[in-house]
Design a protein around this ligand. Structure first.
Ligand code: HDE
Length: 690
């Protein structure tokens, strides 16, 4: 009888279940299953004598420990993952035969790993960098990996340059500095000498490179791929993930401070959101081009330094991914997850993008050293839910016990099985693109425009976003010590925009020395600006500053309003423990000023109550909390006596201040709460003068 390969949301979870080990309540054993009688002292010849070799328990415990580490990923070393599922909105049969894109009733299990790129495994998460966004779909036809970034273009056009690029941005080899940062000489030297990087640099200097949350960033497949339907018709596509919460970023000063106060900021946010049931959601979007339109644009669709502007080629949302389960064990699942853009299923195929072509080699190759041999697909997180049958055998850590005599094809002894599947039976067939050419080491002329889309990006930014880009260039280049490299970069970016280059130069004490050589692009793409993104207060974190004697009535009202909108209110006070309201109610403090910081919140509200406010007024930490929140353009709210705290730090407490909602009238709490929640949804209030 034919096996039923249909999968559902829990198929992967069930598969993982057979590997889970729960040792609570059990007796301690060695790896050989022998019960251990004592676990604190090694076996010695006399109490003060030497350790005895036959102590197998000590030897095993120590040996295992000595071998606990594996090489970190050469890039994207710092990452965090979660499980979930994907559902297509309607059948995509007209474009692709991929089974997981056919039936809206099917929930395909997924595993996602978000990452930074440059830093080591233990580095801070809020650094200026691209973010990885890799998704593993466990489909009934095998594994499909969409290995994406939160930036839609890449630094280079050809995989040949990848080792050079990575060497330039990793810490410099002579002193291993700086960690998780592109702000140093070798990176900017690479940029100045590889002008194809101009477009991606614009993105990494923008707010996109300091996301507020993994839940609030887009994902992009970057390359052009193909979707192929049942009739063999191919369309070119670009893949997008659109976060339901919109695209939001930190402020640079805030991001740097978080790196010290909470280096785990992004993973904590993801972990807590999932634990609370605020499941992160992303819609899958595709841009689709007919084969015959391959040459209809002023950019080459094979060039990974180019986007397809959404206003020209719209993004169709075709499904949604929901992340609803944290991993049980970060090493076993997240660290051992092996993604590969070459893991595709029938109906998804590649383009000739020379960066993608090189990636198709690199990913398996890197797993061989990182995961110790060719059987990494058998590690639980990497296992396909679809059955695996072939003649590959042996190798380190072979987990399968392949039965039978035969491990070759073709054969008679096993009836020529496992046998290749016909197309109709789901056998993967590569799209039969006609290819002709000479063997050459060169690049098409159509890849030579390095500046037009960098300029398109610049044109698309709002004024505050432009200022952030200028500031980021000044910071990053300011950390580059070579004045020669600085000058080259300033000159290079005058090809994007003269004003931009002049502004960067002004911060560095340099003049633009060259004439503008880029195209005069006047177009913009509003979809690129974060000003036009979704704004919601849902799942945002608000610090409520209060101390003994706060007004209970107003606080309760505020918390109720928060609950209705899914906003998280946390009481922050002078010490941990309980504080008492003016009507004798006890409230538990979430964190003391000592153990948290304003950088960990989206907004601050100051509770009413004379006694509480008088205590906070003389607490420097409380005043700093408000001051820093103001400086980072975040919403501030106060009611009743709480307003005095805003005055105490020199913030004008009027209702009209950008992102500042305050009223001395306690009875106003209803309006104040509503307007404050709106201000929280506004994310950052750039028109504020700081
Ligand atoms: Fe990767 N990349 N990459 N990359 N990449 C890796 O694979 C590589 C590129 C991306 O969470 C490595 O398993 C080459 C673009 C993500 O485990 C390695 C080239 C995009 C992740 C590798 C690129 C990505 C990686 C390191 C240019 C966005 C993390 C460890 C030719 C579309 C996946 C590993 C995870 C990881 C090679 C360029 C995304 C070395 C050669 C473009 C999200 O194989």
């Amino acid at each position: 009888m034919k096996k039923d390969n249909r999968i559902n949301e829990s198929s992967k979870d069930k598969q993982l279940e057979q590997f889970r080990v729960d040792s609570s309540g059990e007796k301690l054993t060695t790896n050989q299953g022998v019960r251990v009688s004592e676990d604190e002292h090694s076996l010695k010849a006399g109490e003060r004598g030497p350790t005895i070799m036959e102590d197998f328990h000590f030897r095993e415990k120590m040996t295992h420990f000595d071998h606990e580490r594996i090489p970190e990923r050469v890039v994207h070393a710092r990452g965090f993952g979660a499980h979930g599922y994907f559902q297509v909105y309607e059948s995509m049969a007209h474009l692709t035969k991929a089974k997981f894109l056919q039936d809206p009733n099917v929930k395909t299990p997924v595993f996602v790993r978000f990452s930074t790129v440059a830093g080591s495994r233990g580095s801070a998460e809020t650094v200026r960098d691209a973010r990885g966004f890799a998704t593993k779909f466990y489909t009934e036809e095998g594994i499909y990996d969409l290995v994406a970034n939160n930036i839609p273009v890449f630094f280079i056009q050809d995989a040949m340059k990848f080792p050079d690029l990575v060497h330039s941005f990793k810490p410099e080899p002579h002193n291993e500095m700086p960690q998780a940062s592109n702000a140093h000489d070798t990176f900017w030297d690479f940029v100045a000498n590889n002008t194809e990087s101009a477009h991606m640099i614009m993105w990494t200097m923008s707010d996109r490179a300091i996301p507020r949350s993994f839940r609030m960033m887009e994902g992009f497949g970057v390359h052009t791929f193909r979707l192929v339907n049942d009739q063999g018709v191919s369309h070119f596509v670009k893949f997008h993930w659109k976060p339901v919460l919109g695209v939001h970023s930190l402020v640079w000063d805030e991001a740097q401070k978080i790196a010290g106060k909470d280096p785990d900021f992004n993973r904590r946010d993801l972990y807590e959101a999932i634990e609370m049931g605020n499941y992160p959601e992303f819609e899958l979007g595709i841009q689709v081009l007919k084969e015959e339109d391959e040459f209809s644009f002023d950019f080459d669709i094979l060039d990974p330094t180019k986007i397809w502007p959404e206003e020209i080629i719209p993004v169709h949302k075709i499904g949604k991914m929901t992340l609803n389960r944290n991993v049980d064990n970060v090493f076993a699942e997240t660290e051992q997850a092996a993604f590969h853009p070459g893991h595709v299923v029938p109906g998804i195929d590649f383009s000739n993008d020379p960066l993608l072509q090189g990636r198709l080699f690199s990913y398996t190759d890197t797993q061989l050293i990182r995961l110790g041999g060719p059987n990494f697909h058998q590690i639980p997180i990497n296992r396909s839910v679809a059955p695996v049958h072939n003649n590959q055998r042996d190798g380190y850590n072979q987990m399968a016990i392949h039965k039978g005599q035969v491990s070759y094809h073709k054969n008679s002894l096993a009836g020529n099985t496992p046998s290749p599947a016909a197309k109709e039976e789901g056998g993967y067939e590569h799209y039969q693109e006609k290819v002709e050419g000479r063997k050459v080491r060169s690049r098409s002329d159509s890849f030579k425009d390095h500046y037009s889309q960098a300029k398109l990006f610049w044109n698309s930014m709002s004024e505050p976003e432009k200022q952030h880009i200028i500031n980021a260039f000044r910071f990053e280049l300011g950390k580059c010590k070579s004045s020669d490299v600085r000058q080259q970069v300033v000159n290079m970016f005058s090809n994007v925009d003269r004003y931009l280059a002049e502004q960067i130069g002004e911060g560095l004490g340099l003049q633009v020395q060259t004439d503008h050589m880029g195209a005069d692009v006047t177009l913009s793409s509003p979809a690129l600006s974060q000003e036009n993104t979704v704004k919601t207060a849902f799942s945002r974190k608000v610090a409520i500053l209060a101390d003994n004697g706060f007004s209970g009535k107003e606080l309760n009202h505020l918390l109720m309003a928060f609950r209705e909108k899914g906003v998280q209110g946390k009481i922050i006070s002078t010490t941990h423990g309980m504080i008492k309201s003016d009507n004798g109610e006890d409230v538990e403090v979430s964190d003391a000023f000592l153990t948290t910081s304003p950088y960990e919140f989206d907004a601050v509200f100051i509770a009413a109550g004379e006694e509480s406010v008088n205590k906070l007024k003389i607490n420097k930490d409380a005043l700093d909390f408000i001051d820093e929140t103001y400086k980072h353009y975040k919403a501030l709210g106060a009611v009743g006596e709480g307003v005095e705290l805003l005055l105490a730090v020199g913030i004008l407490a009027t209702e009209s201040g950008p992102g500042i909602v305050a009223s001395r009238e306690k009875d106003d709490i209803g309006n104040v709460a509503d307007s404050f929640i709106q201000a929280v949804a506004g994310h950052r209030h750039w028109s504020r003068k700081v």
